[in-house]
Ligand binder design. Structure first.
Ligand code: CTP
Length: 397
């Protein structure tokens, strides 16, 4: 039976965590609860004791743990640590490794998957301090469950409400998913750089974060993952990263490895053109203009589509305008199984940000239309969609 440690902090949404605990128990989880002092002002420990059927832990000075070191006992042997709701204050404490109560002391001992569900006033969530703390936790492997948009208890409207119970339950359940074990997956990430000379290149605004999130989500679910990347982001644990720079290099690496793959996700922003001429030395300034001739690059996804045997092919369509129609066209033209479409002209989605709002198109048309989510959540959900495709089980593995 998997064990969840549920950390509850002092927010008005604490009552929703009672439902989360109850639902997860019904799904077969053993649930233990640790609360901050502030959380007990919103919901009594007795309520959580009732749904979890275990004594609730609040006081770091209380006697009665097996080894006498309660925070170490609580963190030991668990399969998931969920903090919901997570206040701005606890998020800051977790981000900076403070350990001034039982919940935060316990957090430092946790080595299991960690899920964080922020809930606070939209202005507090939006504050650079909170955002920086969230990024820090995300970089350390916490899965963030994006807060919902709506009216807050204080009357403000915006993003900050605790995510829905179903989303919290799904995020915890996702930490147990091993549905990609035995699958070989290749993900491309980042924008290609097409050199003009040793110093200058033509590039684009893709950061590579979406591709990294997709690769990490696949690895967490048990896949053997190759990440072909132009981005110089930290290499995720357990993933083979093949660094490339140009579209041609990316093409050569991916085509050479194509046969052994079950799924290829082309999240990279591949330049359609490259300079016809590449100067061997830095081109000197003159008083004249500089006309650069561009020649087409290979279309990697198109070639993969042409050579497709058993592989599932997923492409991206970054558009400025109506992304759906363009995505449908790309799906057919490139013989892909899914196209992830987003409108990159809308702030907060697409390039150079941590969030994305995507629609996904399959041969039958629109198959998913998700709200603004962290890229990590988009990655998680994308794999659930891929694993549910009829051709997913039909690979050679
Ligand atoms: N792609 C690729 N090779 C290229 C260009 C794009 O493999 N030379 C892949 C991208 O990684 C992405 C998908 O194709 O998964 C869509 O790319 P995009 O450039 O938007 O599609 P195009 O067919 O080039 O259409 P457009 O005319 O909109 O540029």
């Amino acid at each position: 039976m998997p064990t969840l440690l549920l950390g509850v902090t002092g927010g008005i949404a604490a009552f929703k965590s009672v439902e989360v605990a109850s639902r997860l128990r019904k799904l077969g989880w053993e649930v233990h609860v640790v609360m901050t002092e502030a959380a007990t002002r919103f919901v009594t420990p007795l309520t959580f004791q009732g749904v979890s059927r275990h004594p609730v832990h609040v006081d770091q000075w209380a006697a009665g743990s097996d080894s006498g070191i309660e925070h170490i006992d609580l963190a030991r042997g668990i399969d998931c640590f969920l903090v919901a709701p997570a206040t701005a204050h606890t998020i800051a404490r977790l981000a900076h490794g403070l350990a001034d109560d039982l919940l935060t002391m316990t957090a430092l001992g946790v080595r299991a998957p960690m899920v964080l569900a922020p809930a606070m006033n939209p202005k507090m969530l939006d504050h650079p301090a909170t955002q920086a703390n969230l990024r820090l936790l995300e970089a350390r492997g916490w899965t963030l469950v994006t807060p919902a948009v709506g009216e807050m208890a204080c009357g403000d409207v915006g993003s900050g409400r605790l995510a829905e119970v179903e989303d919290l339950v799904a995020a915890v359940e996702a930490t147990r998913l091993r549905d990609l074990v035995g699958k070989r997956v290749l993900v491309s990430a980042g924008g290609t750089r097409e050199p003009l000379d040793p110093v200058r290149y033509l590039g684009n605004r893709s950061s590579g974060r979406m591709g990294y999130a997709i690769a990490e989500a696949a690895a967490a679910r048990g896949a053997t993952v190759t990440l072909v990347s132009t981005a110089r982001l930290p290499a995720p644990a357990g993933i083979e990263v093949v660094p490339v720079e140009t579209a041609q290099e990316m093409h050569d690496v991916i085509l050479a490895r194509y046969d052994g793959q079950d799924v290829v996700v082309m999240a990279a922003a591949v330049a359609d053109y490259r300079p016809a001429e590449r100067y061997g030395a830095k081109r000197k300034k003159t008083t004249e203009g500089w006309t650069v001739e561009l020649v087409p690059n290979p279309d990697i996804l198109y070639e993969l589509g042409q050579r497709k045997q058993h592989q599932i092919l997923v492409g991206f369509a970054a558009e400025t305008g109506d992304p759906l129609e363009a995505a449908k066209g790309k799906l057919a033209r490139k013989n892909a199984d899914l196209i992830v479409a987003n409108d990159v002209s809308v702030p907060g989605q697409g390039f150079e940000v941590e969030t994305n709002r995507v629609q996904i198109v399959g041969p039958q048309g629109l198959v998913a239309d998700w709200p603004l989510l962290s890229k990590r959540e988009v990655g998680q959900r994308l794999w659930s969609l891929i694993a549910a495709l009829p051709q997913f089980g039909a690979g050679p593995v």
